[in-house]
Design a protein around this ligand. Structure first.
Ligand SMILES: [Zn+2]
Length: 238
C-alpha cells in the first residue's frame, strides 16, 4: 500500500509590509490532527485528501502544515529558522514514504532566506533521497526558482485568479504523482522567463488577457503535449 507524505507551507510575502512576518502569524499543525482539520476547507490539502481517499489503497502520511491566510511581511530570521526546522523534522518523522505531495505558495521570503520553498525542497530531498517522487503545487503568484525545479519531479500551478482552483490544482498534482509512482510517466520541466511586471484587471482569468494564456496552458494539459502547464506572474510587492 503506497504511503504518500502530504505537507503544506504557504505564505505570500509583501515586502511593502513594514512589519516582520512572525511564526505567530502562521497557522501551524502536524500529523493527523492537522490533516483532519483540513477536511472541507476547500484548499490544496483538502483536495489532496479527497483525491487520495478516492484512489485505491493510498495511505496519507501527514507532515506539517503551515499557512498564512494573508500576505505578511518578510519573515524574521529566527522565526524562519524555527518554522523550517519544525517542517523538515516532520518530513523526517514521516519515515519511509513512496511519494510526496507538497502544497507550497512560491512567494515566501525570510530575512535570511529569499527562496524558502526552494530551501525546503532541497532539504526535503536530502531527507527523502533522490528516488522518491515529489510533486508540488504553487500559487500562480509564486516565483519558480532553480532549486524548486531541481528538487521536484513536477510542479503544478493554479489556473485561476481570483483563486478558486485550490482543490483541483492539488488534484492535478496528485494525479501526476500517482502516475509517476506507477512508472507511467517521467516528467521533465521547462521554464521560460519573460520580462513582465503585471497587476490589474487584465489578470482576472475569467475576463482578462491573462486568461488567454491560461487557456493555452489548459490546452497543453488536455493534450498529449504536456502534463502540467501554467504561467507564474508574481507580484510587484514580492
Ligand atoms: Zn496568489
Amino acid at each position: 500500500m503506497p504511503r504518500i507524505l502530504v505537507a503544506e507551507c504557504i505564505q505570500e510575502v509583501s515586502s511593502f509590509n513594514p512589519f516582520p512576518g512572525r511564526l505567530t502569524d502562521i497557522d501551524c499543525g502536524v500529523g493527523h490532527t492537522w490533516l483532519d482539520s483540513k477536511r472541507g476547507v476547500n484548499d490544496e490539502v483538502d483536495g489532496a485528501i479527497e483525491f487520495f481517499e478516492r484512489a485505491d489503497g493510498v495511505t496519507i502520511v501527514p507532515g506539517m502544515g503551515a499557512k498564512c491566510i494573508t500576505s505578511s511581511g518578510v519573515i524574521a530570521a529566527e522565526d524562519w529558522d524555527a518554522l523550517s526546522q519544525q517542517w523538515l523534522n516532520a518530513v523526517s518523522d514521516a519515515g519511509d514514504v513512496d511519494g510526496v505531495y507538497f502544497a507550497l505558495h512560491g512567494a515566501m521570503a525570510a530575512d535570511n532566506e529569499l527562496d524558502p520553498e526552494g530551501f525546503l525542497l532541497q532539504e526535503a530531498r536530502k531527507i527523502l533521497g533522490e528516488e522518491i517522487p515529489i510533486v508540488t503545487s504553487l500559487d500562480l503568484h509564486g516565483i519558480l526558482t532553480d532549486r524548486m525545479i531541481q528538487h521536484n519531479d513536477a510542479v503544478v500551478l493554479y489556473h485561476t485568479y481570483p483563486h478558486v482552483d485550490h482543490k483541483s490544482t492539488a488534484q492535478r498534482a496528485c494525479s501526476i504523482l500517482l502516475r509517476r509512482m506507477a512508472g507511467e510517466i517521467n516528467p521533465v520541466m521547462a521554464r521560460v522567463k519573460i520580462p513582465a511586471l503585471v497587476r490589474g484587471d487584465e489578470l482576472i482569468t475569467e475576463s482578462g488577457s491573462f486568461g488567454e494564456c491560461i487557456k493555452l496552458a489548459k490546452q497543453i494539459e488536455e493534450s498529449d503535449e504536456g502534463l502540467a502547464a501554467g504561467m507564474l506572474i508574481g507580484n510587484p510587492f514580492t
